[in-house]
Design a binder for this molecule. Structure first.
Ligand SMILES: Nc1ncnc2c1ncn2[C@@H]1O[C@H](COP(=O)(O)OP(=O)(O)OP(=O)(O)O)[C@@H](O)[C@H]1O
Length: 299
């Protein structure tokens, strides 16, 4: 009997390049001797609902999703609600594809499909923030709303430049949040313009932002919190440090976290894997060690 593969793709992700390669990808999965069930998503939460519906009805060994980090987040959120968790394959066809850089996947979709058929299955950490899952990043502050407020039509036409332009619009309005951060026995009180808890070598399309040694299965996230700079020169220095992955800066707190809580006097909007993740004044984040299994390329 053939093993079952559920293939979910977002036809609108990135520049819709999945449409060009659909037939080659399905042929590749067929050669892997799978019986394939295919769904195209129609909008928000669709990928999550498809995963839950299909996997409650039938046994699937492999769930492959194609889209951006938002689609992957929805698929993982669905799988986390199920007792029996299938292996996940990711075909990155989104705009920035941050998480894909951790999986050593080729840029070409048919080649990435081959990796899914022959790659290495490994257990990967994910995060949970106030009951919502994230694959590689939970963030607040400067630029983070650009990740979910950039209109899809601009992403389809301009690609990653759409995010950069949307981010530039926000430069004149930096807002600081006064927060108390608790992590193990450490308590920090300060004004922050940006913060993220991440498990990725690339965030917002910028590589090295969380340092050079990011491990996906060590039970730890990198926590990075940027203090409010006092003037434009300091601000520019902080941005340069972040882009170069130089976390040894007077304005940046950076440390490894398994669990962390943040308390703010006001509601703070969060972005989870580049999508809107809700507003909170109290946040609890935990690393769920090796909670999913996903396929990655081998060197
Ligand atoms: N058919 C569809 N039309 C419009 N939006 C969709 C459709 N299917 C899914 N979506 C929504 O599109 C959003 C973004 O998708 P996704 O992350 O896959 O692509 P992207 O935003 O282009 O890529 P990236 O996250 O890398 O920037 C998700 O919130 C998803 O729910």
């Amino acid at each position: 009997m053939k093993n079952k593969l559920l293939f979910i793709y977002n036809p609108m992700a990135g520049k819709s390049k999945i449409k060009t390669w659909l037939s080659s990808i399905v042929e590749c999965f067929g050669r892997g001797n799978y019986e394939i069930v295919i769904y195209a998503t129609k909008g928000k939460k669709d990928a999550k609902n498809i995963v839950i519906d299909c996997l409650k009805r039938d046994d699937y060994e492999l769930v492959v999703c194609s889209g951006g980090d938002g689609t992957l987040n929805e698929v993982i959120s669905g799988i986390m609600e199920l007792e029996k968790k299938p292996v996940i394959g990711f075909l990155p066809s989104g705009t920035t594809n941050d998480f894909a850089s951790n999986l050593k996947l080729p840029k070409s979709l048919p080649k990435a499909a081959k990796v899914i058929m022959h790659g290495e299955v490994f257990p990967c950490d994910i995060g949970v923030i106030n009951g919502k899952y994230f694959t590689y990043t939970a963030a607040f502050g400067l630029f983070t709303d650009a990740s979910y407020e950039t209109p899809q039509i601009y992403k389809n036409t301009l690609g990653r430049m759409a995010y950069i332009l949307e981010g530039i619009k926000r430069l004149p309005n930096w807002k600081a949040y006064h927060m108390e951060i608790k992590c193990e026995d450490r308590v920090i009180n300060d004004n922050f313009i940006y913060g993220m808890v991440t498990n990725s070598v690339s965030v917002g399309g910028f590589k090295g932002i969380a340092g050079k040694d990011v491990l996906l299965d060590d039970g730890l996230f990198e926590g990075i919190f940027v203090k409010m700079p006092q003037n434009v020169i300091e601000f520019q220095a902080v941005i340069n440090d972040l882009l170069k992955g130089n976390l040894n800066s007077d304005f940046i707190y950076s440390f490894l976290v398994k669990e962390i809580s943040l308390l703010c006097e006001e509601m703070v909007p969060w972005s989870l894997d580049g999508e809107y993740g809700g507003e909170y004044n109290t946040v609890e984040i935990k690393n769920l060690h090796k909670a999913i299994t996903i396929i990655r390329g081998v060197d």
